[in-house]
Design a protein around this ligand. Structure first.
Ligand code: SF4
Length: 265
C-alpha cells in the first residue's frame, strides 16, 4: 500500500465509509443474478398444456405499456409520475434494471440535488444515493443544515441503472438521459426548489443542455440557471470518494449554492 492510498483509506475509515470498488463488484454480480428479462421475446413464454379433451386455454400476452409522451408527463401529479417511471420501457435501461429509482426527500424542498443515475446499491433498493456515495451526500447535506427528510429532494437524471457489458456501473448515454429527462423535469416542476445542485457531469450537461464531454472542473464555481432557478455544479459524491482531495472544492461549490439561495430571499 502506498502512502496516498493509505491516507485515502484512513480518511474513508474516519468518515465511517467502507471500500467502494470491491463492494460495487460484489453487488453487480448479485444484481445481474436478479435482473428480470422484461423484454424477452413472447415466443419464449412457456405454454400451458391443455388437459386431455379440453381446448387449450387462451394465453394473454400483454404488450409492455407505451411510454407516455413528454407532454403527458408534464401534466402528471406525483402518483402518476411515479407510476409512469415504475412501468417505463422508453429506453434499453429497462432491460437490466432490478428497480426503478424515482427520487427521495421532501417534495416541498427548497433544495434539489440531482445525480447521474442509480448504481448497483440504488438499483437493488430502489432508493437514490445509498451506499458510500449516499453516506457522503448525507454528510454534505448535514453540513448545509439539510437532510433527505428536511428541505432537500434527491433525484437522478436516469431512473434505471446503466451498466456496461461486464455488469458494472457506467454513465448513461446521451440518448438514455434524453429519454428520461421529462420525468426529472416534471419532478423539478412539482418540487419547485429555490436552488438546484447538479452532482456530476451527466446532471450538469443534461440540465444545462451542454456538450456531453463538458468537464465538471470547468463548470463548477459559477452560478448557472435552469429556467429561473440558480443551479450550481459540483462533483458527484462517488467521484469525491475516489478523489478525496477535491472535497474542499465541492464544499466551496456548496457554499456558492448557499449564497445563491440566500440571494433568492
Ligand atoms: S432510464 Fe428512464 S427512460 Fe429509460 S427505461 Fe428507465 S425510466 Fe424509462
Amino acid at each position: 500500500m502506498n502512502s496516498r492510498s493509505g491516507r485515502r483509506d484512513q480518511l474513508i475509515a474516519e468518515m465511517g465509509l467502507g471500500p467502494v470498488w470491491s463492494r460495487r463488484r460484489q453487488a453487480a454480480d448479485a444484481s445481474s443474478a436478479q435482473q428480470p428479462d422484461l423484454l424477452a421475446p413472447v415466443e419464449e413464454t412457456p405454454s400451458v398444456p391443455a388437459a386431455a379433451g379440453q381446448a387449450p386455454s387462451a394465453i394473454h400476452l400483454e404488450a409492455p405499456p407505451a411510454a407516455p409522451p413528454a407532454s403527458e408527463v408534464a401534466r402528471m401529479d406525483w402518483d402518476a409520475l411515479q407510476q409512469a417511471v415504475a412501468g417505463c420501457v422508453k429506453c434499453r435501461l429497462c432491460e437490466t434494471r432490478t428497480n426503478t429509482v424515482f427520487g427521495v426527500g421532501d417534495r416541498k424542498a427548497k433544495w434539489m440535488f440531482i445525480g447521474e443515475g442509480p448504481g448497483r446499491n440504488e438499483d437493488l433498493q430502489g432508493i437514490p444515493f445509498v451506499g458510500p456515495a449516499g453516506k457522503l451526500l448525507d454528510n454534505m447535506l448535514l453540513a448545509m443544515g439539510l437532510s433527505r427528510t428536511e428541505n432537500a429532494y434527491i433525484a437522478n437524471v436516469v431512473k434505471c441503472r446503466p451498466t456496461d457489458e461486464n455488469g458494472r456501473d457506467r454513465a448513461p448515454a446521451p440518448e438514455e438521459a434524453g429519454a428520461c429527462m421529462p420525468y426529472l423535469q416534471r419532478q423539478i416542476e412539482l418540487v419547485q426548489p429555490v436552488v438546484l445542485v447538479a452532482l456530476g457531469r451527466t446532471a450538469a450537461v443534461s440540465l444545462l443542455d451542454l456538450p456531453p464531454d463538458s468537464a465538471v472542473g470547468k463548470l463548477r464555481g459559477q452560478v448557472f440557471h435552469y429556467r429561473d432557478m440558480p443551479l450550481v455544479v459540483t462533483y458527484h459524491p462517488a467521484y469525491l470518494l475516489r478523489r478525496l482531495t477535491e472535497k474542499g472544492k465541492s464544499w466551496a461549490d456548496l457554499c456558492l449554492a448557499m449564497s445563491a439561495y440566500a440571494g433568492q430571499h
